[in-house]
Design a protein around this ligand. Structure first.
Ligand SMILES: *Cc1c(COP(=O)(O)O)cnc(C)c1O
Length: 400
């Protein structure tokens, strides 16, 4: 065994979260794509079968009440809340992230009030956020200014209505400074909207602690909710009464079954709802969230940093010099839970890695992306992934 393989075995032996891995369906593959689609928690298929066969098949319409379908969006929101540092009653699970970005951003501009007609958006954002921001700006009569998150403090002013930022950059894995950026947005009197897709479930977010106004995120990445599982929307408690959703569907009405022609928004988190919830996906997510039982987010963060540090060390040892360049910041306070490596033939290299049982992903034009989900990735996985990458990248270099 190599020195690194021995170290990996030792680190796995000392890992407090090692047992959590048993809660997932895994195989021989080293799965480093949980930042795109989390692995399947082992108990979810049985629970989904019960939802379909008994709750739907037998109870039918009664399940809206008796199986808790109607209140699932808020109930599951409260289950996500501790993972992102939020007290109960502020998160609703609904729709896709894209739709929630729309609700949050238009809602933020309406909260900001008169005289503020500019939206700042992360220029490196996941594309959907940028597209939605452009449309939200047009609808609200705002100008849209795309800029790097680091440029936000200097760009803020008394015309800034809202600022939409990604907590972790999906491509580079860079973690942005949520506490200080949120404080800067507030100092300018503007409203902050954070997209937590690549941070929730991977590191502490501290929504309440840092006074974030609105936030959105998906649940199929580090939260393992399954393909297309619904996203969530956080509206800080003090803003809930003034939150004016641009999609006021009947589910967000104060009295949805009053069937009244005049709209009157519900109080609290339900105001973020729109239409009938997608119950099958939603309840699969609810079951999936049980894997977090007894798992402190701080321990997840500590292991995530140890995994990514160890991966960088193994890449350095195994991959021929100059074949890849790390684009993820080395400083812990600027690193999410993934490592992105620039590599000229990244598409080809990732294809070969997957053939060899190491699954990451490829992002155009030249990025190899490896996500480290501390709940089920171990140090031996990390060592093997880097070793296979070294072999694949070395062989490809030899051929050319
Ligand atoms: C994954 C991701 C999304 C996905 O949006 P959907 O509407 O769920 O498809 C949005 N924003 C960011 C930053 C993401 O990483």
């Amino acid at each position: 065994m190599s020195e690194l393989a021995l170290r990996a075995a030792k680190l796995d032996g000392q890992d407090d979260l090692a047992g959590v891995r048993e809660r997932f369906v895994l195989d021989e593959v080293v799965y480093l794509d949980g930042n795109s689609l989390g692995a399947l928690p082992a108990h979810v298929p049985g629970r989904v079968e019960d939802v379909v066969r008994r709750q739907w098949g037998e109870l039918r319409i009664r399940s809206w009440d008796e199986s808790g379908w109607w209140t699932a969006p808020e109930r599951i929101g409260d289950r996500i809340a501790p993972l992102v540092g939020a007290a109960a009653g502020q998160i609703v699970v609904a729709d896709s992230t894209s739709v929630n970005v729309f609700k949050a951003l238009v809602g933020a501009v309406r909260l900001a009030g008169e005289g503020r007609d500019e939206i700042l958006v992360d220029a490196t954002t996941f594309p959907t956020d940028g597209y939605i921001a452009e449309s939200a700006a047009r609808l609200t009569g705002c100008a849209l200014r795309p800029l790097a998150p680091g440029e936000v403090p200097a760009a803020l002013g008394d015309r800034t209505a809202a600022v939409l930022l990604n907590h972790v950059d999906y491509r580079t894995g860079r973690l942005h400074d949520l506490p200080s950026l949120t404080a800067a947005v507030h100092a300018a009197g503007a409203v902050s909207v954070w997209d937590l897709c690549h941070s929730a479930g991977a590191l502490p977010v501290g929504l309440d602690e840092h006074g974030v106004d609105l936030a959105v995120g998906c649940t199929y990445k580090y939260l393992n909710g399954g393909p297309g599982s619904p996203a969530y929307l956080y509206v800080r408690r003090e803003l809930q009464d003034r939150f004016d959703s641009p999609l006021p569907g009947w589910n967000s009405h104060a009295e949805p079954f009053g069937m009244r022609s005049a709209y009157e928004p519900a109080a609290g988190a339900p105001r973020g709802r729109v239409g009938t919830p997608d119950i099958l996906s939603m309840l699969a997510l609810e079951a999936a969230l049980e894997v977090w039982e007894g798992v402190p987010v701080a321990a997840v963060r500590a292991k995530s940093l140890a995994l990514t540090d160890f991966f960088l060390e193994c890449v350095e040892a195994y991959v021929p010099a100059g074949r890849v360049a790390c684009v993820t910041p080395v400083a812990h306070e600027e690193r999410g839970s993934q490592i992105a490596l620039r590599c000229a033939d990244a598409g080809d290299v990732m294809k070969r890695l997957i053939e060899r049982g190491v699954v990451g992903d490829f992002r155009q034009p030249d990025v190899l992306r490896f996500g480290f989900t501390p709940l089920y990735v171990g140090f031996a996985d990390v060592e093997r992934a880097a070793r296979v990458l070294g072999e694949v990248a070395g062989a490809a270099a030899g051929r050319s």
